[in-house]
Design a binder for this molecule. Sequence first.
Ligand SMILES: NC(=O)c1ccc[n+]([C@@H]2O[C@H](COP(=O)([O-])OP(=O)(O)OC[C@H]3O[C@@H](n4cnc5c(N)ncnc54)[C@H](OP(=O)(O)O)[C@@H]3O)[C@@H](O)[C@H]2O)c1
Length: 290
Amino acid sequence: MNFEEMNSLETLFDSDLKSSLPLPPELKSLYGSLSFPSHPGRPYIISNFVSTVDGVVSLDAHGKAVGDVISGSNQQDSMVMGLLRAVSDIVLVGAGTLRASPSHIWTPQYIYPPYAEVYAVLRKRMGKRPSPLNVIVSASGDLDLSLPVFQSETAPVIIVTTVLGVQQIKRKELSESVRIIEGSDTTTITARQILKAIETVSPSCDIILIEGGPHLIGDFFAVHCLDELFLTFAPQIAGRESASERLGLVAEKLFAPEHPVWGTLRSVKRSGSHLFLRYGFESAGVREQL
Ligand SMILES: NC(=O)c1ccc[n+]([C@@H]2O[C@H](COP(=O)([O-])OP(=O)(O)OC[C@H]3O[C@@H](n4cnc5c(N)ncnc54)[C@H](OP(=O)(O)O)[C@@H]3O)[C@@H](O)[C@H]2O)c1
């Protein structure tokens, strides 16, 4: 790809973090610098979503529609998704997100193929393995194990599930490269249990990226286990019918007014009419979760 083809993001505001990640020049000129606060002894947990201006992240209440229709297939958004995957050790998604994008594999090159080599250089510079570990969270274990994420061996995969989920999965044929972890002996898995499960397979992981969906991210917000949200605002109004509510960023968790979750603006970037926002959150919970 000719790197000149994509317009750089314009930085409108950026909080001053001292150390920058070693982005290759192509990414640095498109995105600017990227850094995270120091987080000794624990992983730094970030998330990335795209939303319409009226707060819709999925066009279908049953989770069938994917991010492209929200972002308008915005190339810069895909590039940023790839960048965040490239700096992460783990990409975590719920089973609903997998069902909505059944052919997806959560690697940087999958979401933005033209920069595959640049992302690979970045991972190498950061001392990371070629692909982030893909972690799929499912209470039911009702997963189609023939999907590419489980079969392609492009990225290592673990499924974090419940005791019932393990039984469900073991009824099917499982590729040898996929590990199952029983994160809970009840019907749900808390964010703490998910992090514990990750720690057993990746004890020294540095950055965990949560790519949704709204149910999974709600569980992390609920226990103050998210350090930062990268949020792209796409300049469309999707609307809602009362009969078919469309998912917003968080599903089935209520915070305000009793327990509001406030963030701090870390950066604002722009490409055309798309806004790329970054919010930091009080994440006192992360250390005690581990
Ligand atoms: N716009 C964006 O940036 C963005 C990002 C991600 C997703 N989405 C969209 O969001 C929609 C899906 O929404 P969603 O809320 O259903 O996604 P989700 O959170 O990925 O999926 C929910 C499912 O994941 C499993 N799960 C999540 N948290 C769990 C927990 N703590 N413990 C156990 N299992 C857990 C459960 O799977 P089981 O049913 O197997 O038990 C649950 O039914 C899709 O349309 C997708 O395209 C949009």
